[in-house]
Write a protein that binds this ligand. Structure first.
Ligand code: RP5
Length: 162
């Protein structure tokens, strides 16, 4: 099974990444996590991206805040799909990272999820792997069933909470 590669710009992004790793664990999808920064450790970020396909990754997730160019820098050095997670920093409610991640110029795409949305990044990564992996597709189907059942349970219990 292809691995999901996860890169965060700083260990301060860890709470966002943990939302992603929780879901990947639930789906039993292998992953690897690194702290590589586009500006503090650009060489390591570059090398990781260049080698990613050869090293068994099928999709990459990059989380960064503020002037969040990590996902774009990763995408520049691989043709694997890259999912960017804009992380909320101390200013602008995460709008800085959102625009930096989503507004990639034509030619080098980054699939951006919402601010701090590690969960959706993991689900999208799994969906990308599922295109060529029926086992992942089945695990996703079962998870969707579980998640639907959990919401229906909330529906059934909501009157009692009012
Ligand atoms: C970005 O700058 C990181 O992704 C992080 O979200 C933000 C702040 O980093 P630290 O100063 O907390 O290391 O590169």
């Amino acid at each position: 099974m292809k691995k999901v590669g996860i890169v965060m710009g700083s260990d301060s992004d860890l709470p966002v990444i943990q939302k992603a790793t929780g879901i990947l664990k639930e789906l039993d999808i292998p992953f690897e996590v690194h702290v590589f920064s586009a500006h503090r450790t650009p060489e390591q970020a570059r090398q990781f991206s260049l080698d990613a396909r050869e090293n068994g990754f099928g999709v990459l997730i990059a989380a960064a805040g503020m002037a969040a160019h990590l996902a774009g820098a990763i995408a520049a050095n691989t043709t694997l799909p890259v999912i960017g997670i804009p992380c909320k920093g101390p200013f602008f409610d995460g709008m800085d990272a959102l625009l930096s991640t989503v507004q990639m110029p034509s030619g080098i795409p980054v699939a951006a999820v919402g601010v701090n949305n590690g969960a959706n990044a993991a689900l999208l990564a799994a969906e990308i792997l599922s295109v060529s992996d029926p086992e992942v597709a089945e695990r996703l189907r079962l998870k969707r069933e579980r998640d639907t059942a959990a919401v229906l349970e909330k529906d059934a219990g909501i009157a009692a909470r009012l």
